[in-house]
Design a protein. Structure first.
Length: 154
């Protein structure tokens, strides 16, 4: 024979059980909302590359810089250990505006051509070809639908 529970104990148990189920479901839903699919990651990398090419051209505008930086999270960092280390979003934005005021790269050609995007868990390895023929390997990391970090490996 099974032990009997009082109606109050049964109700408390039911509430605890339902709360646990709801918490797991809510966590799974939040994770699903904040995680980009491989296709979405690739699209974001393409979008960022187009925006970066726009900003690097002669005649670029602050509005184009704003479009690029709108793709970045508030805590975005750019890391290039070989050329100066880590740049926080604010410093990179100031440097980008200074570059635009000084005429950009003074060219009308794209800075980067995408060769390959390998999406992973909230990240992508990206191989790009520069206008002068060099291959650049980078890793783009994502937080939600924003780029949170770009780390260069060239």
């Amino acid at each position: 024979m099974l032990p009997t529970r009082s109606p109050v104990a049964a109700a408390v148990f039911a509430l605890i059980f339902l709360n646990a189920v709801w918490s797991v479901a809510a966590n799974e839903q939040a994770t699903a909302v904040n995680t980009l699919s491989a296709g979405q990651i690739a699209a974001k990398v393409r979008q960022a590359t187009v925006a970066l090419n726009d900003v690097a051209r002669k005649g670029a505008t602050q509005a184009q810089a704003d479009q690029l930086f709108a793709l970045y999270s508030a805590d975005f960092v750019y890391q290039h250990d070989k050329y100066g280390g880590i740049y926080p979003r604010e410093q990179l934005y100031r440097n980008t505006l200074r570059m635009i005021q000084n005429g950009g790269d003074n060219t009308l050609t794209d800075r980067y051509q995408l060769l390959q995007i390998l999406p992973g868990e909230s990240s992508a390895a990206v191989l790009r070809l520069t206008r002068d023929g060099q291959q650049h390997l980078s890793v783009f990391e994502f937080s939600g639908d924003k780029i949170s970090k770009i780390k260069e490996y060239w």
